[in-house]
Design a protein. Structure first.
Length: 383
């Protein structure tokens, strides 16, 4: 598969916290802790950035949760489990194929900026899992590697049947931001030290195949949504020492516009076909693994997913010349590859589409107007 040139350096986005005395915070202050936890935002959705004012508005439920932690509130083990799982700090499957080592995914939320989350299994035959966030000002590439390593962590093989996995879990605040970063940091800092140490249990059923874990589905509505999600863009890149106009096949589903895609994994094989012959094959798996790549998404949903790849077998002339598109199609096949690592999906699209190149180019033109794409780049450590 031919991908475009990549970058690995991530920029640091600093937020300004919402005023803790504002009215939205007073509303959530009346909630019991269990109810407050159900309202916590997902990882990467904690704050909305206002580029015009150069500030962020942070979720009021999260602000109230942090206020209570600062005031000495200590959630129970079960409540902490709900915090981690509900917000997507800890992701796992309640059904897992027996032929793969069981794995979990961990992500650090914005409210733990310099911290470590660790899971140590009581079963010594299983490996531990951990995630950590690094302070700003260091190497962006290294920070990206650390985050990438936590996204898929194999614990070990499990026998068929229902499994209750017990862990000793901890959240440790490794440091508190100070100096120039303090006033611009998104949310109130938590005190340094052990924020939580307790028991955590994950229940999963080990099933015979990946299709038992992520069931295949193919219907007209989902097929139409996948069709709308696939497009062909063009960009100028330096390839083999020359600047060349290059075709980019992009899979950019919009769950808000097409809610039938919610919970549906999109792992596809895209065959570039010319006059009935396959001239190129690309693998596109729409995921949220790469925050840099996600900047290209035009989805209106907070739960964005994207993948894209270049194809030199789609002629650059087809960007503007309809005649160059004649006899060219994209054959899109839903597969089970990598769907076990698409954590929010309980089903996978298993259909087949034949999309004329003309339609795919038109999809992209309609999708980016009036919102233009950013640079076609990604974090190399996440591919």
């Amino acid at each position: 598969m031919a991908h475009l040139p990549s970058i690995a350096t991530l920029g640091l986005v600093l937020f300004q916290a919402q005023d803790p005395t504002s009215q939205p915070l007073l509303d959530v202050a009346q909630l019991a802790l269990d109810e407050l936890i159900t309202r916590l935002p997902l990882v990467h959705e904690e704050c909305d950035w206002d580029s015009k004012r150069n500030v962020a508005t942070c979720d009021p439920a999260l602000m109230e949760f942090l206020r209570r932690l600062q005031s000495g509130a200590r959630p129970s083990d079960e409540q902490w489990r709900e915090v981690l799982v509900r917000t997507g700090c800890l992701r796992y499957r309640d059904r897992w194929p027996v032929d793969r080592p069981f794995a979990v995914s961990m992500r650090m939320p914005v409210w733990l900026p310099f911290s470590t989350i660790e899971l140590v299994p009581t079963d010594a035959t299983l490996a531990p899992a951990a995630a950590r966030s690094l302070p700003p000002g260091g190497c962006g590439t290294y920070a990206d590697w650390v985050a990438s390593d936590a996204l898929y962590q194999e614990l070990g093989r499990l026998p068929a049947g229902l499994q209750h996995l017990e862990f000793r879990a901890s959240i440790v605040v490794d440091g508190v931001m100070a100096g120039g970063f303090a006033n611009r940091f998104p949310l109130p800092s938590l005190p340094e030290g052990v924020l939580w140490s307790g028991a955590l249990t994950l229940t999963t059923e080990i099933v015979p195949t990946i299709d038992d874990a992520v069931s295949p589905i193919d219907d007209a509505a989902i097929g139409a949504a996948v069709r709308a999600a696939l497009g062909v863009a063009f960009s100028t890149w330096r390839i083999e020492g020359e600047w060349q106009r290059t075709a980019i096949v992009v899979l950019d589903p919009d769950v808000r516009a097409n809610p039938v895609l919610d919970g549906v994994a999109l792992s596809t094989r895209v065959e570039v076909v010319h006059d009935g012959a396959i001239v190129d094959t690309l693998e596109l798996v729409a995921s949220d693994h790469d925050r840099v790549a996600l900047a290209n998404s035009t989805s209106s949903s907070g739960r964005r997913r994207i993948d894209f790849a270049s194809s030199r077998r789609i002629p650059a002339a087809s960007e503007t010349d309809p005649a160059a598109r004649v006899g060219r199609t994209l054959r899109v096949v839903g597969t089970s590859e990598h769907v076990h690592a698409l954590w929010g999906a309980s089903r996978r699209w298993s259909g087949l589409l034949e999309i004329p190149l003309d339609e795919a180019i038109r999809n992209e033109v309609q999708r980016v107007s009036p919102k233009a794409r950013r640079s076609w780049v990604w974090s190399s450590s996440r591919r």
